[in-house]
Design a protein around this ligand. Structure first.
Ligand SMILES: C[S@@+](CC[C@H](N)C(=O)[O-])C[C@H]1O[C@@H](n2cnc3c(N)ncnc32)[C@H](O)[C@@H]1O
Length: 229
């Protein structure tokens, strides 16, 4: 747990990461699906350029090799699709039909690399164990009702030695910022994410072992978390 050796006020107050609440905001799938169905037409405009440096860094770090099987969990409008090398075998899943429709339009473009797009709940992946070399969740894990269940599913479908990657905003280690993030989280869910997902608590409640955590985007309040199964 060396990657998380930082004492924060939150830790002092709430105790051990393994038992700490992941977020103060509770959401259900129907609610999240409704939010993204509404956001589909404007998603790329609002969350496109601002969050793109992190997407580019993630692809660079993945160092995808020819023939590798990549699963993108929460593929959304397919904003990452053009970033994957053509030699990779890419599958994208999402449960919002409006977001998937946008992804399908993107995938149908002449210059697009082949991709399989499927409607599915990230907490109940319809794939066999060990089916992918890389399982990647860009800007997803703070959106789902049960991040631990989703992480367990991602781990299950990843082959031993494969990579499980999260790109996301997590609760700040700064006590003042983290208070603000906790306060606003019940409101940010209406625009598609919880602002206070606690990364050490999340990792402690899963079987994941991060091998690297790097800060991305501007300001650097998003993290690229790479784990190896
Ligand atoms: C913030 S968007 C991320 C889109 C894209 N990956 C990106 O890089 O911008 C989150 C996506 O996750 C999807 N999503 C949320 N909860 C989900 C779940 N339980 N199962 C599948 N998809 C989910 C939403 O519909 C939305 O398209």
């Amino acid at each position: 747990m060396a990657l998380f050796e930082r004492k924060t006020e939150t830790e002092n107050v709430t105790g051990d990461a393994a038992t700490r609440a992941l977020s103060v905001a509770a959401v259900e799938n129907d609610f999240v699906e409704g939010v993204y169905d509404k956001l589909a037409n404007v998603y790329d405009l609002i969350f496109g350029p601002t969050l793109h440096p992190g997407r580019l860094r993630a692809i660079e770090r993945m160092n995808i090799q020819p023939g590798e099987r990549v699963l993108e969990v929460g593929v959304g409008t397919g904003i990452n699709l053009s970033l994957y090398p053509r030699e990779a075998t890419v599958t994208g899943i999402d449960f919002s039909s409006s977001m998937l429709e946008k992804a399908r339009e993107r995938a149908a473009r002449k210059d697009a690399a082949p991709v399989r797009l499927l409607q599915m709940d990230a907490a109940d992946l319809k794939f066999a164990d060990n089916a992918f070399d890389i399982v990647y969740a860009p800007y997803l894990i703070s959106v789902v009702p049960d991040p631990v269940k989703v992480a367990q599913e991602m781990r299950r479908v990843c082959r031993p030695g494969g990579r499980i990657i999260f790109l996301n905003h997590f609760l700040s280690p700064n006590p003042i910022l983290s208070r603000i993030e906790r306060l606003i989280s019940p409101f940010t869910v209406h625009i598609g994410f919880k602002s206070d997902l606690d990364l050490p608590a999340f990792v402690a409640q899963t079987d994941l072992k991060p091998v690297s955590i790097e800060k991305v985007n501007v300001p650097k309040i998003w993290s690229l978390v790479t784990c190896v199964k």
